[in-house]
Ligand binder design. Sequence first.
Ligand code: NAD
Length: 490
Amino acid sequence: MPITTRALIDAGSVVPMLIGGEWIPSFASNLREVTNPVNERVIAQIAYGGEAEARAAADSAGEAFRSWSNTSTRYRSDILWRAYELIMERANDIGALLALETGKLLPEAIGETRFSAEYFRWFAEEIRRPQGEVFASEDRSRRQLSISRPIGVAATLTPWNFPISIQARKIAPALAAGCTVVARPSEKAPLAVAELFRALIDAGIPNGVINLIYGPASAQSNALIDHEAVEVVSFTGSTPVGSALMRQASNRIVRCALELGGDAPFIIFADADINKAIEGLAIAKFRNNGQSCIAANRVFVASSIMDEVCERLGKLTESMKIGDPLGDGKVDLGPLIDQSRVRDVERIVQNATDSGAYFLGGTPEVPDGRNYTRPGFLVNASDDSALAREEVFGPVSGVFSFDDEEEVIQRANNTTMGLAGYAYTSDQGRVWRLSEKLEVGILGINHPLPSVVYSPMGGLKRSGLGREGANEGLHEYLETKYVSIGVEGL
Ligand code: NAD
């Protein structure tokens, strides 16, 4: 009997692994609990494997690669289109699971699910466009061209914050390119990802082409990277883990695509539309309860409008409704994923307040529950405080004033990270200067949601390597072959 979304939860049943086309509910009877961050109640269990499962999954993906990589682009495109349709049809149910396991707001969770579907649609189309080039040969007796081929098995290793869309952003181009996949998502949020895999199987993905495993992160990732069939590791997560994976990948010269930490500046110039800037900041900071790699992390406000902006930010946060996203009544913010995240945010806040910083506005009502924390904006933090120097990854930001454009660009760039940035201004010349001078891979000017499936997403500096989405996203899973053909009689 197929496991439906509801049955999965109601039965408190096991989220299975998928290896070689077999759903494996409890390999070696090893299970881990999945909890609702709102109240830490157990909502499901996952089958939890080890290195053996990683190797078995890579074996099966390696085997399946032989046939999948030889299918026509039309065939793969049709299956990906079907996956898009199925995920869209199931988006409300999958979104509800996603909200339950992560604490994100329901509209955001449904939106993320629909966004995930869009990757399958985009890459179903993109793989049908021409790949490769014919060069203008300088020699009449030769014809020279490049062709591309799928690179091999892709290991897709992902975090809990956007669990379904980050896997979709990797799996869709990999499958379109002709690669097979072993996914190791975070065990903290496995439910929506399991439904993504179910939709892909229902769409007609053959056995072994996609595999899903859970288990100890480092041991399983290393087992995958060391496996002879694996040719690319696509990881999203923190910079230290990305760096460790890259070291491991160097042993076999495995390609790495890395989407890592962020430290986004959010700059409000004096000529900005302040209403739009505050609205944009609320989204760029509080989306996903502040746990986004592209979240606004340091807010810079022109000194001439600092008082007005601070007053507005104080009012915004003190009136926020915080609570269970699936409870009665609308909330603006849910819980963080777990206590370790809360502790980390509170450490950064404590460090800032110890140095004289304070929250803008009154304290909003923060519900009981260990995974809630006070959201808000702090002023007066010193430039060397943790608030000014670290990625908060929670619903808190420092607000700093600046006097001129040169200065704020220099301060915004004063970080080892370079994932995203935002600026609000009405000066068109400044738009171009910021576009060229801010050291970020993703820049939102006068709007807070730059991510779309047809944009190349990725970071500069220590924020990563490679791009996801757009045509560039496909090339993470393809490799180029150059062919030079001697031709007589021309
Ligand atoms: P994390 O690096 O701790 O975990 C990410 C994934 O890696 C999880 O599945 C985890 O189980 C696994 N992992 C943990 N330790 C590992 C190890 N030693 N070897 C192999 N895998 C390991 O990150 P996190 O705390 O879950 O997420 C927060 C970080 O991720 C932030 O820095 C954030 O900016 C970044 N992030 C980046 C993006 C992006 O697109 N650039 C998106 C989301 C999150």
